[in-house]
Design a protein around this ligand. Structure first.
Ligand code: ATP
Length: 357
């Protein structure tokens, strides 16, 4: 199977081709970089409109090359068997542009359309690349934070954020510092030169909350109320705040420990001994190290896909699209509407064998 995938839920205008015979995934992405502040939905949608046609053409170019090497294929056949697109969750104005592009390409090539849940794609790419059969998955992305496991035909949300997504929380903190978007990699770099500064840690049941720790981090650099609770005067920067490197260090330790604790409890609850990581925040080496260590201590296997599959990308959409297509899980154009709040547990998992419960 060869699939064209199209992704555009927030910042990545991305198209990819996945060829299952050769396990090739070619990804073409144009990233939206806000001039100031965070992601503006209207500007992001304009970015999609400006860039999706070009990335799709580039991905189709790869598909034609792969098709030319495919001896089973008739010369008159389209270069891909179907077009898969991210239906949600994401920013509505962006999703509408991506869906329109996907419908147009599918009609032009006369192939079926497959509607993919973006969060399930973040999870399935890890399962696909690891070869694990039934892992627990931690999705640590910009707009979300979920711990998921498969049971009886669906991915169940075992734990999730009660407020903002984990990456968005980090980005809000760095906006406060006037650092450019995205903030995650800059916090990771700054944390390396810092000492631990204690910040709140909030896990309730299996859910996490990031807004309190973010406010406390902002207060700490400003020398505001929460920072006086911990640290000594010698910790303070020249303006009375805690040195930013120390806050970044403490922020990573708190937030990633929360994600690690809930992941560990999910492993224990499900009896699974496999964990996969997904989402853009998953590119963080400290998060990967904490999860890896926790898994090692309980003799579980841990897998983090390579960075191009962690951040938003159309490769994961194409790979899950191929599985859904093989299961006959395609969409009529008339039913191919987007869903900005599409939850992973709304998806009927058609592509996994009945032996896995
Ligand atoms: P979603 O998949 O929920 O729609 P998204 O579209 O915002 O999320 P992703 O590409 O999954 O996108 O994640 C982007 C987020 O990852 C940003 O918030 C960014 O700051 C964060 N991020 C990127 N690299 C790192 C890193 N090294 N450490 C921590 N966070 C990071």
């Amino acid at each position: 199977t060869r699939v064209l995938g199209i992704e555009g839920t927030a910042w990545a205008a991305s198209a990819a081709v996945y060829d299952s015979a050769t396990e090739t995934v070619e990804i073409e992405t144009e990233a939206y970089q806000p001039d100031s502040g965070g992601i503006h939905p209207r500007e992001a949608a304009e970015h999609m409109g400006d860039n999706i046609p070009a990335v799709v053409e580039r991905a189709l170019g790869h598909a034609r090359e792969l098709a030319a090497d495919d001896s089973d294929r008739d010369a008159a056949d389209p270069p891909v068997d179907c077009v898969a697109f991210s239906r949600g969750p994401g920013l509505g104005p962006c999703l509408r542009i991506v869906a329109t592009a996907a419908r147009a390409v599918a009609q032009r090539l006369d192939v079926p359309l497959v509607g993919v849940n973006h969060m399930v794609a973040h999870l399935e790419i890890g399962r696909h690349r690891s070869g694990f059969s039934s892992p627990v998955c931690l999705n640590a992305s910009g707009a979300n934070a979920h711990v998921l496991a498969y049971r009886n035909g669906r991915y169940r949300v075992l734990g999730e954020t009660m407020d903002t997504g984990v990456g968005n929380a980090i980005d809000k903190f760095t906006r406060h510092l006037d650092w450019s978007h995205p903030g995650g990699p800059k916090v990771e770099a700054a944390a390396k030169g810092g000492e631990y500064h204690e910040l709140p840690y909030v896990v309730k049941g299996m859910d996490f909350s990031f807004s309190g720790v973010m406010s406390a981090a902002k207060d700490a650099v400003d020398g505001g109320p929460a920072s006086s609770a911990s640290g000594t005067s010698s910790d303070r920067g020249s303006d009375g705040g805690v040195p930013v490197e120390d806050v970044c260090h403490g922020l990573q330790e708190s937030v990633f420990a929360m994600l690690t604790e809930v992941s560990e409890r999910a492993l224990s609850l499900t009896g699974s001994d496999e964990l996969v990581l997904g989402g853009g925040v998953g590119q963080n080496a400290r998060l990967q190290a904490m999860l890896g260590e926790m898994c090692e201590q309980r003799s579980a296997d841990f897998f983090a896909p390579e960075p191009r599959f962690l951040r938003d990308n159309a490769g994961m959409i194409a790979v899950l699209g191929a599985k859904m297509y093989a299961a006959g899980d395609t969409l009529a154009i008339a039913e191919s509407g987007i869903d900005a709040d599409f939850r992973p547990d709304q998806v009927e998992v058609t592509w996994r064998g009945t032996e896995e419960t």
